[in-house]
Write a protein that binds this ligand. Structure first.
Ligand code: NAD
Length: 450
């Protein structure tokens, strides 16, 4: 069986990729387990050296990987180069971990007590289509550093960069089976990661709906699980901020990757006294956004990833009033313009649900307490931004918003060296940051009697 890949810009099929069967998945997991036994036994410094070599090979193929992502997923070339660079950076960062997986020596009577961080075995990483390269790297880099073998399933429609990265791992000298990319269906390959007893942890990024099923499935074997799920993040703009600058930056915080971003600030809350000015300036900024061929160096937004995703976004627009929108190319491809909706009711699906497309809803608030209440009135809690000239307020609101990744006077969410993850139905566990390798280990306690 194969999956046909379609270029989101031309809407034309351009290649076929095999989909693994359940038997092929089982065989790959068994080979990964064999490889794990050797990988675990390597000296920490040797594992570190191989991860640095892997980073260097990824770096040498940055342009090739970036071009693949433009063709496969419609990412802008600028973003795609950053994404391949992020895989390199994660590998370099976690290549410092093997020699630093410290345990502790705990005072006890009658002997010595030591703790060790032992690798889990085979880790299954399941990746969505919206950021195929970074999300793969956030899983495999710390997992490999901690001494695990990884089986990785890319999304059905965006497998090309992951497949290439799997080849580059071998080119860099990683032993066969230490990182295995298995393209295929979620219901076959992904599901087998959940049910196969040799897979000791599932690291899932994707929709909240599938995440719930994965968690329930992992319960059968009390299997460890990390979930990075959906979001409906708030961008909170206070009247004391530089309103022009806040309005100029807001489109990039939601329309980047055509809004197909779990951290998209898809709800903008604006203090009522600044609302009209903000919305006026936002219109200018949205209309200036360069929505064009993602291969063009100056493109700021490309098409949706697929016809299905575009149709799903369009369903949210039925019955909604778009206040204003930007531009999008005519012709083939899964294009949508960036769109702004003024919301008046927090029950509206466009305000509550993750649209996962270039649509942002704006609503006024009265004071700080009201802003925090509105931001927290969501099943999700992934990211958020706060714009204010009052640093005390910035910190208070950042502490008050129930989300894992907040930024004050900035829209940044993700750095590979700081922790990332969601509150509530946005996820379970944390990725990235200095502690990520420990999430791929068991802590073992050993007592030695004097
Ligand atoms: P999805 O849940 O449909 O699929 C994600 C992955 O899971 C794919 O590889 C898919 O094949 C696989 N899958 C599907 N059904 C499965 C099953 N029954 N068992 C095992 N695996 C299965 O999500 P998507 O549409 O590819 O991605 C978009 C979603 O991902 C959005 O909700 C977005 O917010 C979320 N996301 C979250 C983060 C984060 O870090 N929190 C990052 C990126 C994307």
């Amino acid at each position: 069986m194969t999956t046909t890949l379609i270029n989101p810009v031309t809407a034309e099929a351009f290649t076929e990729v095999p989909s693994a069967t359940e038997a092929e998945t089982d065989a790959a997991i068994e080979r990964a387990h064999e490889a794990f036994l050797g990988w675990r036994a390597l000296a920490p410094g040797e594992r570190a050296r191989l991860l640095r070599a892997f980073a260097a090979v990824v770096d040498a193929h940055n342009e090739e990987l970036a071009q693949l992502e433009v063709t496969n997923a419609g990412h802008t070339i600028g973003n795609a180069r950053w994404e391949a660079g992020n895989v390199r950076d994660c590998l370099n960062y976690y290549s410092a971990a093997p020699e630093r997986l410290f345990g502790r020596q705990i005072p006890v009577p009658g002997g010595v007590d030591l703790t060790f961080h032992e690798p889990l075995g085979v880790v299954g990483v399941i990746v969505p289509w919206n950021f195929p390269m970074p999300i793969a790297g956030w899983g495999f880099a710390p997992a490999l550093a901690a001494g695990n073998a990884v089986v990785l399933k890319p999304a059905e429609i965006t497998p090309l960069t992951a497949i290439r990265i799997g080849e580059l791992a071998l080119e860099a000298g990683l032993p066969a089976g230490v990182l295995t990319v298995i393209p295929g269906k979620g219901s076959v390959v992904g599901q087998r990661f959940v049910t196969h007893p040799l897979v000791r942890k599932v690291c899932f990024t994707g929709s909240t709906e599938v995440g719930r099923q994965i968690m329930a499935g992992c319960a059968d074997q009390v299997k460890k699980v990390t979930l990075e799920l959906g979001g409906k993040s708030a961008n909170i703009v206070f009247a004391d901020t530089d309103v022009a600058a806040a309005a100029a930056s807001a489109p990039y915080a939601v329309f980047d990757n055509a809004g197909q971003d779990c951290c998209a600030r898809s709800r903008i809350l604006v203090e009522r006294t600044a609302y009209d000015e903000f919305v006026g300036r936002l219109e200018t900024a949205v209309q200036a956004l360069r929505v064009k061929d993602p291969a063009a160096e100056d493109s700021e937004m490309g098409p949706m990833v697929s016809a299905g995703q575009r149709a799903s976004v369009q369903r949210y627009l039925d019955g909604a009033t778009v206040a204003f929108s930007g531009s999008a190319p005519e012709g083939p491809g899964w294009w949508l313009p960036p769109m702004v909706v003024e919301s008046h009711d927090t029950a509206e699906p466009i305000w509550r649900e993750e649209v996962f497309g270039p649509v942002v809803a704006v609503m006024p608030f009265d004071d700080e307490e009201h802003a925090v209440a509105l931001a927290n009135d969501s099943d999700y809690g992934l990211s958020g931004s706060i714009f204010t000239a009052d640093l005390g307020r910035g910190l208070r609101v950042a502490r008050g918003v129930e989300a894992g990744n907040l930024s004050v006077n900035s829209h940044s969410s993700v750095r590979y060296w700081t922790p990332f993850g969601g509150y509530k139905q946005s996820g379970l566990g944390r990725e990235l940051g200095p502690d990520a390798p420990f999430a791929f280990t068991e802590e073992k306690n050993v007592f030695i009697a004097h």
